[in-house]
Design a protein around this ligand. Structure first.
Ligand code: HEC
Ligand code: HEC
Length: 339
């Protein structure tokens, strides 16, 4: 009797292991889906110096491409006006997600984007799809949403930069990374383009320009909103902050939490800041070495663009969402509002 019972349990455990192994094998074989049917934006790089200049501003200030595509050292030593080359190689060690390396986006023919067509390049930046039609998973999640005007400017600028020969290491994608990639393809990016309305740069600040920047190229909305990893969606009031902790790489006892930018008088981080304080904070740049906020890029936003972002944030519906200090001991309960 007991022997039969033990045998049944052993068979059940074996069955469960086989199901898990089957699922792991299935994801490992199918995570890189083919998206080559997705249309390439009809964009042709321009050689107009005005367009290239705008693209330089988008790539280095607004959409912070160079924060990820230049070596970390170049970013950390970056002075206002520096335009670091973007040969990639920046490394992200993300535990079970894997280790990823940013790519060479200088126009070198062998190791960069020299041999890509304008359409392939525009599709990679807009939808996170590679030249081979497979998803560029990290770009799917992290590339800012650009209106076609800015997409054209960035593609034109990349073409105008000096080629750098640098072959980067292949990604080492872990099971969790493959699983995430199997869930989130270019569809994940669609909501960020819905209602995104281009407003051109102007000498005078405007709420419309602020809305475009905060929701589009500067991607404040991506980091500063609650996000649910299971459904891969913004999971609360937009811009109301994110309580999920990011460890401070330089101090294991500390974490970052991303502040609420809505004008709620009690829980809004900048509710009491006036426009001048906001501009001064942006011009001052980085305070915490390992913070993910791309301060080196935003520091170079034009005065009018900084003011536009501030004015737009002031028009948001105030959202009551306690996030607390953005840099604080890991032991503090993120949801416990001490007030
Ligand atoms: C948060 C970091 C991050 C930001 C910001 C970012 N990238 Fe990327 N980018 C990456 C990573 C990592 C990859 C490799 C993705 C992969 O293979 O899954 C990549 C891949 C690419 C590729 C494909 C290159 C290749 O050889 O496959 C292009 C083109 C690109 N990025 C352009 C841009 C541009 C232009 C911007 C700014 C508008 C930008 N990226 C912003 C991290 C970033
Ligand atoms: C890649 C993620 C990311 C993006 C994009 C981002 N932030 Fe942040 N932000 C953070 C993190 C993390 C912190 C907390 C650590 C710090 O202050 O550097 C932060 C902090 C802040 C603070 C508080 C600074 C202080 O000194 O109290 C403000 C204000 C802010 N962000 C505004 C913005 C605005 C406006 C945008 C868009 C123009 C933006 N952020 C885009 C991640 C991001």
């Amino acid at each position: 009797m007991l022997k039969k019972f033990l045998l049944a349990i052993a068979a059940f455990i074996l069955f469960c292991l086989l199901v898990v192994a089957g699922y792991v094998a299935y994801i490992s074989a199918t995570w890189q889906k083919d998206y080559s049917a997705i249309e390439k934006p009809a964009i042709q790089a321009s050689t107009d110096p005005e367009v290239i200049k705008r693209g330089e501003y988008v790539a280095h200030a607004l959409a912070h491409c160079s924060i990820c595509h230049a070596p970390l050292e170049a970013t950390m030593n970056r002075k206002p006006g520096d335009r670091p080359a973007m040969p990639g190689g920046f490394e992200w060690k993300m535990g079970p997600v894997g280790t990823l390396y940013s790519r060479n986006i200088t126009p070198d023919n062998e190791t960069g984007i020299g041999a890509w067509t304008d359409g392939e390049l525009a599709r990679a930046i807009k939808w996170g799809i590679g030249k081979d039609g497979k998803a560029l998973t990290f770009m799917v999640f992290s590339a800012p949403a650009l209106a076609d005007e800015d997409l054209l400017a960035v593609v034109s600028y990349l073409r105008s930069t000096a080629p750098v020969k640098q072959q980067n290491k292949p990604h080492d994608v872990g099971f969790l990374g493959k699983w995430m990639a199997s869930l989130a393809g270019p569809d994940f990016r669609k909501p960020f383009f819905e209602g995104l309305k281009y407003a051109p740069p102007a000498a005078e600040p405007s709420i419309e320009r602020g809305a475009y920047l905060a929701r589009g190229p500067a991607a404040c909305i991506g980091c500063h909103s609650p996000f649910d990893m299971m459904s891969m969606k913004v999971s609360g009031a937009e811009f109301s902050g994110n309580t999920q902790a990011e460890p401070d790489k330089d101090d294991e006892n500390m974490v970052y939490r991303i502040p609420n930018l809505t004008p709620d008088p009690k829980t809004g981080h900048i509710a009491k800041w006036d426009e001048e304080s906001f501009v001064k904070r942006f011009q001052a740049g980085r305070v915490y070495k390992s913070s993910k906020m791309p301060w080196e890029a935003f520091r170079e936003m034009s005065d009018a663009d900084m003011r536009s972002v501030y004015r737009y944030l002031k028009t948001l519906p105030p959202a009551v969402h306690y996030v607390g200090a953005s840099h604080r001991p890991a032991s503090e309960d993120p949801e416990k509002d001490p007030r």
